[in-house]
Design a protein around this ligand. Sequence first.
Ligand SMILES: Cc1cc2nc3c(=O)[nH]c(=O)nc-3n(C[C@H](O)[C@H](O)[C@H](O)COP(=O)(O)OP(=O)(O)OC[C@H]3O[C@@H](n4cnc5c(N)ncnc54)[C@H](O)[C@@H]3O)c2cc1C
Length: 214
Amino acid sequence: HGAVKVLTHEASEYADYLVVPKVDALQAAYEAVSPAAVLVPSSAEGKEVAARLALRIGSGVITDAVDVEAGAEGPVVTQSVFAASFTTRSRVSRGVPVVTVKPNSAAVEAAPAAGAVEALEVSFSEQATGTKVTGRTPRESTGRPELTEAAIVVSGGRGVNGAENFAVIEALADSLGAAVGASRAAVDAGWYPHTHQVGQTGKSVSPQLYIASG
Ligand SMILES: Cc1cc2nc3c(=O)[nH]c(=O)nc-3n(C[C@H](O)[C@H](O)[C@H](O)COP(=O)(O)OP(=O)(O)OC[C@H]3O[C@@H](n4cnc5c(N)ncnc54)[C@H](O)[C@@H]3O)c2cc1C
């Protein structure tokens, strides 16, 4: 999809320690290619990686972008803010912009390019091994897409009227390949787990289609 070059590096540090090894790798890639902008996924981890990289290279950072365009004075970033009631356009005033981009903001388009795979040289900083992961317990998988990344979300609210009726929401979600969400009212009533709550005190979603039922 338009990648001229793909830089790769494998090391156990990426899984065994928290974000710093990834920041080291991204900085090595940044230094290897001198990009016009650095784009990172807008996940919690992506935002931390972006902030740390921006600090290291003396750049401004913009989070939760829904669009990035070329501009006369550097890339211009669009954000959708205050529950999508305002659209802002901004650019960093210092350095190469580091931008985190929300999932599903751009349609995937085929764009043939070389995609040459090259090994990236990364030397980990002293801080890289500062925080070790001591254990992992994977959450039981539902087989549905992750709520924060899903392109379609089917969500249930107070009108669903009971935990047992969430089966209808799940069936609709499965027929669309969607993630299941729930309003706070439904979660507070104990009908669906808090891990599925959408909103200010739940998860931030960015689907292309959101079906709110009840
Ligand atoms: C600080 C703060 C943070 C909050 N954070 C969140 C958050 O993160 N996420 C969140 O979801 N909420 C949050 N809330 C709560 C939020 O303000 C709303 O109260 C809540 O989202 C409403 O949930 P609901 O739409 O399911 O319920 P309701 O507003 O009660 O809506 C239910 C709707 O279903 C309709 N209905 C009922 N029965 C049927 C039926 N048989 N068929 C069809 N329709 C039916 C009703 O007419 C009604 O319109 C927060 C509130 C505060 C104060």
